[in-house]
Design a binder for this molecule. Structure first.
Ligand code: SAM
Length: 274
């Protein structure tokens, strides 16, 4: 692949998804895009780049963008964020929102659903305390393919063995042939919709809790900052942001600051006491 082709492809990916790909990641383009090119009857990457350069068809552009996203996820990923959600953030919000009795949660890069369903299962475990409350979980992702999988809630043996406690598996899943499907009552707690974090999302409304985990790592610094600032605008001053283990706000944006003693949890800098 020529440098010109590489630059063309990487610019396109950066504009559409924020993915920041350097020339040493050429192998990644090959491993993800050659199968897509072959599926479309093309010989390889060069044909694919020519196709989007000369007749940029939207479906092909979005297939390429989706093929380049990393959709890795697991139930209760890194466990601590979910424990902090249940043991620290939720009790605090139950107190703060006692008058309103409503909590809105956003999983901003939800992938195949393990993250929003982990939250939904913990919320179900707290059903007694939440009786009479309205709790919404909105889960979004750039990729329609992962959202389709999330909506069905069907997981392989391998996927349910990663991070999901066996008692949760028994309680909230049923076996469908060699797969496991999460209960419809848990599925109904999560509303999925496609959303690109690079675009506008003010129409989603305000969120008390935002999980934006393991997606900012793919963006360059200015893009990370812009996305975080937009997220801050969607949160009340006492909201909570959860980032992935390899992500931080420090040196990236001033809207948030780390929550003391709780790694991976951030509060708004403009926080006021309620
Ligand atoms: C590694 S997964 C993280 C899933 C989950 N949050 C977790 O931590 O397990 C990253 C997800 O971000 C999505 N993504 C990548 N770029 C995006 C963008 N610009 N807007 C929205 N989602 C994006 C990908 O499609 C992918 O599903």
């Amino acid at each position: 692949m020529t440098s010109e082709d590489f630059n063309f492809l990487s610019d396109m990916l950066k504009k559409r998804s924020g993915l920041n790909i350097s020339e040493d990641k050429l192998y990644l383009l090959e491993s993800r895009l050659v199968p897509l090119a072959r599926k479309r009857g093309m010989n390889g990457l060069d044909d694919l780049v020519n196709a989007i350069r000369f007749t940029p068809e939207e479906k092909l552009l979005s297939d390429i963008t989706e093929a380049m996203t990393t959709n890795e996820s697991s139930f209760f990923r890194d466990i601590n964020p979910f424990e902090n959600f249940r043991k620290v953030v939720l009790p605090e919000l139950l107190e703060k929102r006692a008058a309103k009795r409503s909590i809105r949660i956003w999983c901003a890069a939800a992938s195949t659903g393990q993250e929003p369903y982990s939250l939904a299962m913990y919320l179900r475990e707290e059903a007694v305390k939440l009786s009479g409350w309205r709790v919404e979980i909105i889960a979004t992702d750039l990729s329609q393919e992962v959202l389709d999988k999330a909506t069905v809630g069907l997981y392989s043996q391998f996927e349910v063995q990663r991070g999901l406690p066996i008692q949760m598996l028994v309680k909230y899943f049923s076996q469908v042939e060699e797969m496991w499907q999460i209960d419809s009552s848990i599925r109904a707690m999560v509303k999925y919709q496609p959303l690109n974090l690079l675009g506008k999302f003010s129409h989603l409304g305000a969120f008390d809790i935002v999980f934006c985990r393991n997606v900012l790592i793919y963006f360059d610094q200015p893009t990370k900052g812009e996305v975080l600032d937009k997220i801050a605008n969607q949160m009340p001053s006492d909201g909570y942001l959860f980032l992935g283990g390899a992500e931080t706000v420090l040196g990236v944006c001033d809207s948030f600051k780390p929550m003391e003693s709780y790694r991976g949890v951030y509060r708004l800098s403009r926080q006021t006491t309620h």
